[in-house]
Design a binder for this molecule. Structure first.
Ligand code: DOR
Length: 446
C-alpha cells in the first residue's frame, strides 16, 4: 500500500517545507518524490501541517490491576487522538512491573490491545537488582526515589548506589525527597486544603532528590533522565549535564501553578506538585535553552469519584495524552514557542533519549508514524469527549487553537477526526541502547 500525503507543510528535522510524503507499507518511502507517482491513495492536506508522531515517554495506563481507571486499549486510543504514536509506560501497575516476566506480560497485553506503539519500563525495588541487570525489551529502569501512586520506593542510599553501579540500562526517576515529604506531612497533619499539597511536596523536596539522583549518575557515569522537573532550582542543576543527564517537563508544570487550586481543587493534585508562576516561566526558559530536552505528559488517570475525595484522601495525577499536543500547539499559536520546538521536544528528543529505532522524525526509512495537525482549528476541551477511561480533563472548558486531526501508526491510519481504526498495526518499540542516548546522537550530528 502506497499513500501520498500532499500539500501539507511538513516539519522536517531542520525546516518546514511544503513537500509530499510517500508512505510505503510501514515506512516513509520518500520525501518530496518525483511527480506523477502511481500510488494507492492520495491525501490532500492543503492548509495542514504534518508532524512525526509524538513519543510520550511518561504515561501510566493502569493495566494490569487498575483497569477501571484506564487500560491499554483506552489509553492507546487517547494517544492516537492526541497524535501520540508511541508511549512508554511506567511500572506502578498492580502488580508492579519489577521482573522480566511481568514486563513480557505487559508486552503481550499491549500486542493485543494497543492502537499505538508501546514500551514499558522496569521498576526498581530494594530487592530486584538481578532483574534490573537482566532486563531487556525496555527503554530503561524507573526508580521512585520518592513515593507516589503505588508502593514502589527506593530511598536508601546503599540500594541506589548499587543500582547505578551495577546496571547498564538507562535510568529515570521520580525525584521528590521522601524524608522531606514525610516531615512536611507531619507538619500539615489534619489539613484538608489541597493547596497544602504544594507545601508538603515543596520546592526543597524536588531539589534535594533531583540533586541526589544527578550526583549518583555523575559518580557512576550512568545515563540518567529526570522526569517531570517542576522547579526553577532543579532546572538550574541541569545546566551542567556532562553529556549524561537529560530531563523533561510536563504540560501541567508549564501551564498550571498554585494559583489554579481555587479553580481546580484536587483535579490539580499531582506529584510533583504544582509550583509557582515563576517556576512556569523558568521551565519554559529551560526548554528553550536546552537544559530540558523533552516534554511528556505523566498521564495519570484516576476516576472523578476518587479525585473528588477530600484531600489528602484524593489521589495524585491527571490525564493528559489526548490534549498534550493541542496544549503545546496552542502555545505555538500564542507565540510562546515554535512548531519546530514542539517537534523537537515531543518527537525527536524522546526518540534519542531512549534510543528508539526508526522514530521521531520525518525522513526516508523512518517509520510512518505521523500526525496531521490543523493549526487554525479552535475547539474546547470537553470532559464528555475524552476517550481516556477516566473521562475528565483538568482543561475541561478551555479553548485551544491547534489540534491533531489524523494519526498514522506504521503507515496505517488509526485516528481521523473523532473516529478510530478497528485494527492496529502497532508494534513493540525497539531500543538500541548501544546508540548511547541523546547526547551521543547530538554530537554525531554536530
Ligand atoms: O501525580 C502522579 N501520579 N505522579 C506520579 O508520579 C504517579 C502518578 C500516578 O501513577 O498516579
Amino acid at each position: 500500500m502506497r499513500t501520498l500525503i500532499q500539500n501539507a507543510r511538513v516539519v522536517l528535522p531542520d525546516t518546514i517545507e511544503r513537500v509530499s510524503v510517500l508512505i510505503g507499507g510501514t515506512q516513509i518511502a520518500d520525501v518530496d518524490p518525483a511527480p506523477h507517482l502511481r500510488v494507492d491513495e492520495v491525501i490532500d492536506a492543503t492548509g495542514l501541517h504534518l508532524l512525526p508522531g509524538l513519543i510520550d515517554d511518561q504515561v501510566h495506563f493502569r493495566e494490569p490491576g487498575l483497569t477501571p481507571k484506564e487500560d491499554l486499549a483506552s489509553g492507546s486510543r487517547a494517544c492516537a487522538k492526541g497524535g501520540i504514536t508511541t508511549f512508554l509506560e511506567m511500572p506502578n501497575t498492580l502488580p508492579a512491573t519489577t521482573t522480566q516476566a511481568r514486563l513480557e506480560e505487559k508486552l503481550a497485553l499491549a500486542a493485543r490491545k494497543s492502537l499505538v506503539n508501546y514500551g514499558f519500563y522496569v521498576g526498581a525495588t530494594t530487592g530486584n537488582l538481578d532483574e534490573l541487570r537482566r532486563a531487556h525489551r525496555t527503554p530503561g529502569i524507573k526508580i521512585f526515589i520518592g513515593s507516589s501512586t503505588g508502593d514502589l520506593l527506593v530511598d536508601d542510599q546503599g540500594t541506589l548506589e548499587r543500582i547505578f553501579a551495577e546496571t547498564t540500562l538507562p535510568i529515570t526517576a521520580h525525584c521528590e525527597d521522601e524524608t522531606t515529604v514525610r516531615a512536611n506531612i507531619a507538619r500539615f497533619a489534619g489539613t484538608h486544603d489541597v493547596a497544602d499539597h504544594s507545601r508538603i511536596r515543596d520546592h526543597q523536596a524536588a531539589l534535594i532528590a533531583t540533586r541526589r539522583a544527578i550526583d549518583l549518575a555523575l559518580r557512576h557515569h550512568h545515563r540518567f533522565h529526570v522526569l517531570h522537573v517542576s522547579t526553577a532550582a532543579e532546572a538550574e542543576l541541569l545546566v551542567d549535564h556532562r553529556q549524561l543527564i537529560t530531563a523533561e517537563a510536563c504540560p501541567h508544570h508549564l501551564l498550571l501553578n498554585v494559583g489554579d487550586y481555587p479553580r481546580l481543587g484536587t483535579l490539580a493534585q499531582m506529584n510533583p506538585s504544582l509550583k509557582t508562576p515563576d517556576d512556569n516561566r523558568h521551565l519554559w526558559q529551560a526548554l528553550r535553552d536546552g537544559r530540558l530536552q523533552v516534554v511528556a505528559t505523566d498521564h495519570a488517570p484516576h476516576t472523578l469519584e476518587e479525585k473528588r475525595l477530600l484531600y489528602p484522601a484524593s489521589p495524585s495525577g491527571l490525564p493528559a495524552v489526548e490534549n498534550s499536543l493541542a496544549l503545546m500547539l496552542n502555545e505555538v499559536h500564542h507565540g510562546r514557542c515554535t512548531l519546530q520546538q514542539v517537534v523537537r521536544w515531543m518527537c525527536d528528543a524522546p526518540a534519542r533519549v531512549w534510543d528508539l529505532v526508526g522514530k521521531g522524525r520525518i525522513a526516508v526509512g523512518y517509520d510512518a508514524d505521523l500526525v496531521l495537525v490543523d493549526l487554525e482549528r479552535t475547539s474546547e476541551v470537553r470532559n464528555e469527549e475524552q476517550v481516556t477511561k477516566c473521562g475528565w480533563s483538568p482543561w475541561h472548558g478551555v479553548r485551544l487553537t491547534g489540534w491533531p486531526i489524523r494519526t498514522w501508526v506504521l503507515g496505517r491510519e488509526v485516528y481521523r477526526d473523532g473516529g478510530f481504526a478497528p485494527a492496529a498495526r502497532s508494534q513493540e518499540a525497539q531500543f538500541d541502547h548501544a546508540r548511547g542516548g541523546y547526547w551521543a546522537t547530538a554530537s554525531r550530528e554536530a
